[in-house]
Design a protein around this ligand. Structure first.
Ligand code: NAD
Length: 495
């Protein structure tokens, strides 16, 4: 495995992006951006703080108030957003390489999934925005009541590091399409593609001040955004712990609208009458190991009916070697590096706790490729997991699958729902009644039946319970970034 910076490694500009310009942090502070691929320093990045937040909010406010973006006809905003999407694709190789170096995912997925999904999201909301009509209410004929949508104003967006471009696009695409000004704070663990996206947005024709990007740490740059009195909406994706603070900050400041997409511990239930066991095995394994297990909707709790468990495990274990971690820059790699040493050590601690609490380690469990300087953990499977174990309850956010077995349908539904989270769930059965009945009983924002990998920009994404409030994707997302206004007009009819 190549471990050092290659001569072809690009250079990065880590400065913030405010009012259409690259600028350093006002206090002049910087932080190191380390590659999880090999632990090398990629660049130094502006460590934004409250003064930078003030500057970005002021620029965003001016851009909103002078209507340079929201005043454009929707058809024009559409063309610009589609151009923005096209530019992401045109710069796809560069963006994919940046994403891989910055957060460790295999470059083939960064290119095929992250770049393309982010571009598709921008294009889809761009295309949608000149097809969304307002309403006239069915009132008495002495009046006309118009129900119109208006952009909210200045929208703060805070995102995590697991899919940096996609998580940003899910929020900035509907917010921009609706005519808002946006301030995006990427994760301090993966700030580089967001900064590049802002440049491409400007190139596409999004006016200065409409999309600003502030790299930095949560308490220093995220929190000032969430408490800012001139930010009208905060859209957050990240952990449930911080998501709760976001709602508090919104409530204690100006009651800005707050939307949160948070953690998950998704159950995946395979009944003995599963119509295609191989497909169930593949979906269970790829679902937990894709993106090194750092997916909020990963099916991390696998419930297998006891009568098919041995067969299931045998098939699952055969797939594990294909996920051996390797250099994410190699186009053949399917499992790359975890985002940093902190995340790697968190995952290793969970593996230790699984062993200590009596789960049976069937595969993996170790850090590997330490000699590279990067942060790699083997794909790991535990059998014999009990619902009260830590690894069955807490979100690990790493390549660790917990397998539980069951014999009783009502009890497995109870166990599946016995979580603070409710993001997604899976059900595998040939019985139509069981499929519908269990899908209805599961408290999750999305239920997959006889598959776990369908995904489309047309469907809402978000969770029940402590997996968050609100939905990304689909036309429903536009509701988050618009106010609804009623305008009554008196009609004294002359006839
Ligand atoms: P995190 O909560 O630690 O950080 C998320 C973002 O919040 C980062 O930009 C961080 O800098 C910022 N932040 C941290 N503290 C803050 C504070 N006090 N005030 C304001 N901002 C603050 O989460 P993470 O580790 O980056 O991401 C992993 C989590 O994200 C997991 O729980 C995962 O399930 C969740 N996630 C959810 C979805 C979804 O759609 N539901 C999607 C992806 C990730």
């Amino acid at each position: 495995m190549e471990t050092t910076a290659s001569p072809s490694r690009p250079t990065f500009d880590g400065r913030a992006f405010i009012d259409g310009q690259r600028v350093g942090a006002r206090e002049g502070q910087l932080f190191d951006c380390i590659s999880p691929v090999d632990g090398s320093l990629l660049t130094q990045v502006a460590r934004c703080g409250p003064a930078d937040v003030d500057a970005a909010v002021a620029a965003a406010r001016v851009a909103f108030d002078d209507r340079r973006w929201r005043g454009m006809p929707p058809a024009k905003r559409k063309r610009i957003l589609i151009r923005f999407a096209d530019l992401l694709v045109e710069h796809g190789d560069e963006l994919a390489l940046t994403e891989t170096l910055d957060m460790g995912k295999p470059v083939k997925y960064a290119r095929a999934v992250d770049v393309n999904s982010a571009a598709n999201c921008l294009r889809w909301f761009g295309e949608a925005i000149d097809k969304v009509y307002d309403e006239i209410a069915p009132t008495a004929d002495t009046a006309l009541a118009l129900i119109t949508r208006e952009p909210i104003g200045v929208v703060g967006v805070i995102v995590p590091w697991n899919y940096p471009m996609i998580m940003a696009a899910w929020k900035i695409a509907p917010a921009l399409a609706a005519g808002n000004s946006v301030i995006l704070k990427p994760s301090e663990k993966s700030p580089l593609t967001a900064l590049r996206m802002a440049e491409l947005a400007l190139d596409a024709g999004i006016p200065p001040g409409v999309l600003n990007v502030l790299p930095g740490f949560g308490p220093e740059a995220g929190s000032p955004l969430a408490v800012h009195m001139d930010v009208d909406c905060i859209a957050f994706t990240g952990s449930t712990r911080v998501g709760k603070q976001i709602h508090v900050m919104a409530g204690q400041s100006n009651l800005k609208r707050a939307w949160t997409e948070l953690g998950g511990k998704s159950p995946n239930i395979v009944f003995a009458d599963c119509p295609n066991l191989n497909r169930a095995v593949e979906a269970a394994v790829s679902g937990i190991f894709f993106n090194q297990g750092q997916s909020c909707n990963a099916p991390s709790r696998l419930f297998v009916e006891a009568s098919i468990k041995d067969k299931f495990l045998e098939a699952a274990l055969k797939l594990v070697p294909a996920y051996a971690p390797a250099n994410p820059l190699d186009p053949g790699t399917v499992m790359g590096a975890l985002v940093d040493s902190v995340q790697m050590n968190t995952v290793l601690r969970y593996i230790k706790s699984g062993r200590a609490e009596g789960a049976r380690l069937l595969a993996g469990g170790e850090q590997v490729l330490a000699e590279t300087g990067g942060f790699y953990v083997q794909p790991t499977i535990f059998d014999g997991v009990q619902e009260e174990m830590t690894i069955a309850r807490e979100e690990i956010f790493g390549p660790v699958l917990s397998i539980l077995s069951f014999t009783d349908t009502a009890d497995v539904v109870r166990q599946a729902n016995a979580s603070i989270y409710g993001l997604q769930a899976g059900v595998w059965t040939s019985d139509l009644n069981k499929a519908h009945g269990v899908a209805r009983a599961l408290r999750a924002g999305t239920v997959h039946v006889n598959q776990y990998d369908e995904d489309d920009i047309t469907v809402p994404f978000g969770g029940y319970k402590q997996s968050g409030i609100g939905r990304d994707k689909s036309l429903h997302a536009i509701d988050k970034y618009t106010e609804t206004k009623t305008t009554w007009i008196r009609i004294d009819s002359p006839v």
